[in-house]
Design a protein around this ligand. Structure first.
Ligand code: G1P
Length: 288
């Protein structure tokens, strides 16, 4: 058996316009919106690090500075926290990304779709398997993070892996929808109408992809919504490589929608030891 190339790189497309959250996202990327006290992108980065990723590749727009600033050190703030004895906070802001992890910022000059965003990372990734994490899909797992679960499938099989969940049958037009047998993907289609959907198994924003996908993205023209779709390139990949689904353990919050974002905030806040009791009492006031 040829040894697998290790999974060390992750791509975070963060150049979307986030129009559903305007005006909040006029000057910051939607991935910087906080859930309790951490921005969405930090949850995704932590999930990637837990899965053994060592190189973080952010595909950004001209508003990228908020994200790079967030992960850079902030000497003035660190000094202040240190002098005022707030060591726990200091530790929380200075230890997000360990020093041996590389960070690369790649520009996506125009928003032409998820496939285009991933293609922008080609030279940073090279010809290796890599992960893609969409930070607005926040996945709260009871034990291992979603990407770590998928990395285990990759380690065992060497195949590309898509995280999936069952979606409402009338909402297939929001997702990449797969037809899979025994975890192997037979077909995939982007945002089909319910009447045309091959199943109601929807792809959520976590992928482990063979490096071959870049060549296929080059050959992919605009698809659903006039955008270059990652799903369309994955459909081509199926002819050359095996792609598997992974029904992850955990709950996914669609933080690209206002209701999903608020649900995620509630779920994380209600688990927070310092917030739980007060918030439960507050919520009960609305229920009577
Ligand atoms: C993207 C993908 C889609 C996937 C979804 C998961 O769509 O194109 O295949 O199911 O993410 O969140 P978007 O939500 O960016 O429209």
């Amino acid at each position: 058996m040829t040894p697998r190339k290790p999974l060390k790189k992750a791509v975070f497309p963060v150049a979307g316009l986030g129009t559903r959250f305007l005006p909040a996202t006029k000057s910051i990327p939607k991935e910087m919106l906080p859930i309790v006290d951490k921005p969405l992108i930090q949850y995704a980065v932590e999930e990637a690090l837990e899965a053994g990723i060592e190189s973080l590749i952010f595909v950004t727009s001209r508003r990228k500075h908020a994200i790079s600033d967030h992960f850079d050190s902030e000497p003035e703030l660190e000094n202040h926290l240190s002098k005022s004895g707030k060591h726990e906070l200091l530790e929380r802001i200075s230890s997000v990304i360990p020093n041996h992890i590389s960070r690369i910022y790649v520009p996506q000059l125009s928003p032409r779709g998820l496939g285009h965003a991933v293609a922008c990372a080609r030279s940073a990734v090279g010809n290796e398997p890599f992960a893609v994490l969409l930070a607005d899909d926040l996945i709260k797992s009871p034990d291992q993070g979603c990407l770590k679960q998928m990395a285990e499938v990759y380690r065992k099989t060497g195949d590309s892996v898509l995280a999936v969940e069952t979606v409402a049958a009338d909402q297939t037009d929001r997702y990449g929808i797969v037809d899979a047998r025994d975890t192997v993907v037979r077909s995939i289609v982007e945002k089909p109408a319910p009447s045309a959907a091959p199943s109601n198994t929807g792809v959520v924003g976590r992928y482990i992809l063979d490096g071959k996908i870049f060549e296929l993205l080059d050959q992919t023209g605009p698809g659903a919504g006039g955008e270059i779709q990652l799903t369309d390139a994955i459909a081509k990949l199926l002819f050359e490589k095996r792609v598997r689904v992974h029904h992850f353990e955990g709950t996914r919050y669609d933080c690209g929608s206002q209701s999903g974002y608020i649900k995620a905030t509630m779920a994380y806040a209600l688990e927070h030891p310092k917030l739980r009791d007060e918030l439960l009492e507050f919520v009960r006031e609305f229920l009577v």
